[in-house]
Design a protein around this ligand. Structure first.
Ligand code: NAP
Length: 242
């Protein structure tokens, strides 16, 4: 059984991924603030899979990332598959963004991807096997008004993904990014009013937002050997939004 570590998996898309992969993989759940949600998820997954742990770590901090991997390796020897999912959004005009806020979003969305990948890769190279999935966004390619900061963090993830895939392909490691459109999670519910969300929905061809489970299904495929020829790609999943 391979081991999957999913950053930011206490809620939303990350939790849906953990649920989708349960029983087929050993799973490392990671949370930062949402301990109750993480414990509930852990309890639920453990009903059928003894190989699940939950670790508190702020993945924007190097010491926390090292602790997260130390605990994963102590329990499951090594991490085969890394899903860099943790992320936060920020919605405001650029001139209103404090530099501290800019750094917080970049640290959480982008620097966490570097820190976790850096920590995971040596074991993957040793085992000549590994899969890394980075959670991007539609805005990483297209950019969104009032979301220059968030879009920048995701655009950088796309470039990181493409470059790293070339560096790691000779070692048997695949690196891809998934770029969802709008997914029905707390992130969207906290950023927009009900009315704004209804308006936004009209711009999506299928006239609805994605369910987190639909993103999890794509990731389940991408990490499997069925996707063995896919690397260096940014896979869009947006219901025809773009
Ligand atoms: P969400 O419901 O707000 O959940 C965010 C998750 O990230 C939570 O589990 C949270 O953990 C974790 N997290 C945040 N900061 C963290 C940190 N410093 N250290 C560890 N964990 C951290 O968001 P979501 O919609 O599921 O988003 C998941 C990913 O998909 C993000 O990267 C997001 O940018 C991306 N995405 C979302 C959408 C969308 O429409 N929802 C679209 C495209 C891409 P705690 O609560 O425990 O702190």
């Amino acid at each position: 059984m391979k081991t999957v570590l999913i950053t930011g998996s206490s809620r939303g898309i990350g939790a849906a991924i953990a649920q989708r992969l349960n029983n087929e993989y050993k799973i490392v759940i990671n949370y930062n603030n949402s301990k109750d949600e993480a414990m509930k998820l852990l309890e639920n997954l453990r009903k059928t899979n003894p190989y699940v742990i939950a670790v508190k770590a702020d993945v924007s901090k190097e010491d926390d990332v090292n602790l997260l991997f130390d605990l994963a390796e102590k329990n499951f020897s090594h991490v085969d598959i890394l899903i860099n999912n943790a992320g936060i959004s920020h919605f405001s005009q650029i001139q209103d963004i404090e530099f501290e806020t800019w750094k917080k979003v970049i640290n959480t969305n982008l620097n966490s991807v570097f820190l976790s990948s850096k920590r995971a890769i040596p074991n993957m190279i040793k085992n000549k096997y590994g899969v890394i999935i980075n959670m991007s966004s539609i805005w990483g390619d297209f950019g969104a008004s009032m979301e220059a900061l968030y879009s920048t963090s995701k655009g950088a993830i796309n470039t990181f993904t493409k470059a790293l895939s070339k560096e790691l392909a000779p070692s048997g490691i695949r690196v891809n990014a998934v770029a969802p459109g709008i997914v029905d999670t707390d992130m969207m519910r906290n950023d927009f009013s009900y009315q704004e969300l209804e308006e936004l929905k009209k711009e999506v061809s299928v006239n609805r937002f994605a369910k987190p489970e639909e993103i999890a299904d794509l990731i389940n495929y991408l990490i499997s050997d069925q996707a063995s020829y896919i690397t260096g790609d940014i896979i869009h999943i947006n219901g025809g939004f773009f």
